[in-house]
Write a protein that binds this ligand. Structure first.
Ligand code: SF4
Length: 438
């Protein structure tokens, strides 16, 4: 096993629901080929959130190259993720991989005293050779705790999509959270990575609403994990947290069902659900949220001309698709053709699905060739898809939006409603300008 590769790192300056189905059923179930990034990709935003954590991918050169190209940025400072490469001699059983991993970790922790949580991330190669990273994490923990914690989860790409990486990580993180006693004060956990600026805005709103003991998961520091127990209620900030939500519920926490905080409507409904759960007076809610609602509505007005009446097609990628489609249809006046999503966690998405137009095609899973045919048939103005499909569609004259950008960019909350609309307006304006030039 090699030392962590330097080419896979980023600057640290930048910072299936098993429950009974609710909401509408998808029109199309697909079981074909996927065209999505694997769960490793989520490290690109996760490493910015937890500032004392280090993500050590145990994988192949392919994994390292994926991280380098998906990250796509220059390295200026000490990295917070890297890949320990499994070499051929490791694969052929000529080396004891646990010994090699221990040696890599030893070197890394010696060189980087700032690392307080080491996250071992499994990959396809580590799973194929059955390298048990949970066992490795337990062993390493015995050696390095309490100063450093070592945890493990899988970012493997087989039949997964990139946002599942965050779900697996958060599910593992919940196991690390302290247990809150049954008589602990009521608390709110917001689960799902949000940009720091968005987190700060929501913190101020919760404070103004009088909701106390609010924690965001992942936390910015590994030693600030919230205690979770029967008096914990949790809001999901992201729609793809199936496993993490189950882990929270197993601890006794209660899910607060809500729309996701995208756009003015989604943000208001999300905050209102929390306010109702914590008994906030409706008049106080109105007073606290009215200015933000007004700003969001104003910001969205300027996008009406570009977005209203335009038709959009979603390929399955980020799992944000139904919530984005609801926002674009109800707040930006866009027409929906097909909304594809890799998985529809119907219990968490029930409120979103209920607000989608009756005639929209909803597809779950992927069969890329057939979906490309349906997209051509629908002939939309804008296609939301992964990087692999975007270039060929652009070459055909379609405007496209990379769905992965929607996970990297701060889009939740009142102040970001205009930025969210801008992400869809920009490719349409660009395509219109190209048409004029031609
Ligand atoms: S984890 Fe699997 S899918 Fe992801 S880069 Fe590595 S080999 Fe490829």
């Amino acid at each position: 096993m090699n030392r962590p590769t330097s080419q896979t790192v980023l600057s640290n300056t930048a910072a299936r629901c098993d429950a009974p189905a609710a909401g509408r059923e998808p029109t199309i179930h697909q079981r074909g080929q996927h065209e999505v990034f694997c769960g490793l990709t989520s490290i690109i935003w996760l490493h910015r959130k937890m500032q004392d954590a280090f993500f050590l991918i145990v994988g192949s050169r392919t994994c390292a190259h994926l991280m380098q190209s998906a990250a796509g940025v220059m390295i200026f400072a000490e990295p917070r993720f890297a890949t320990a490469i499994i070499e051929e001699r490791d694969l052929s059983g000529m080396a004891d991989l646990h010994d090699e991993l221990d040696a890599v970790v030893e070197r890394l922790l010696k060189r980087r005293p700032d690392i307080k949580m080491l996250v071992l991330v499994g990959s396809c190669p580590s799973e194929v050779i059955k390298l048990d990273l949970s066992r490795a994490a337990e062993r390493l923990n015995r050696e390095h705790a309490p100063d450093r914690r070592v945890i493990a989860y899988s970012g493997s790409g087989i039949e997964t999509t990139f946002t599942q990486g965050e779900d697996s990580f958060l599910a593992t993180l919940v196991d690390e959270c302290p247990v809150a006693e049954a008589d602990a004060a009521p608390s709110l956990v917001v689960a799902g990575s949000l940009a720091d600026v968005v987190e700060d805005q929501f913190s101020r709103i919760f404070q103004a609403l009088g909701i106390e003991n609010v924690a965001f998961l992942p936390t910015r520091r590994s030693d600030r994990l919230p205690a979770i127990g029967p008096n914990t209620r949790f809001l999901l900030a992201q729609p793809f947290l199936n496993e993490a939500a189950k882990k929270l519920e197993r601890r006794g926490a209660t899910h607060i069902p809500a729309l996701f905080p995208l756009g003015e409507e989604g943000t208001t409904a999300w905050l209102k659900a929390a306010s109702d759960a914590f008994g906030v007076d409706p008049a106080r809610f109105e007073a606290v949220t009215a200015p933000g609602r007004e700003r969001a509505r104003k910001a969205l007005e300027s996008y009406a001309e570009t977005l209203s009446g335009k038709r959009i097609f979603f390929f399955p990628d980020s799992q944000l698709e139904p919530a984005l489609a609801r926002f674009l249809s109800r707040e930006a006046g866009m027409g929906l053709t097909e909304i594809g999503s890799p998985y529809l966690h119907r219990r968490h998405l029930a409120a979103e699905l209920d607000l989608l137009p009756e005639d929209v095609v909803l597809s779950e899973g992927q069969d890329v060739e057939r979906q490309i045919d349906r997209c051509h048939e629908a002939d939309p103005d804008l296609i939301v898809c992964g990087l692999g499909l975007a270039n060929p569609f652009e070459a055909e004259g379609y405007a496209t939006k990379w769905s992965i950008e929607l996970v990297f960019t701060p889009i939740q909350g009142y102040e970001q409603a205009g930025d969210l609309a801008e992400l869809f307006a920009r490719p349409l304006r660009r395509r219109a300008a190209l048409k004029v030039e031609v």
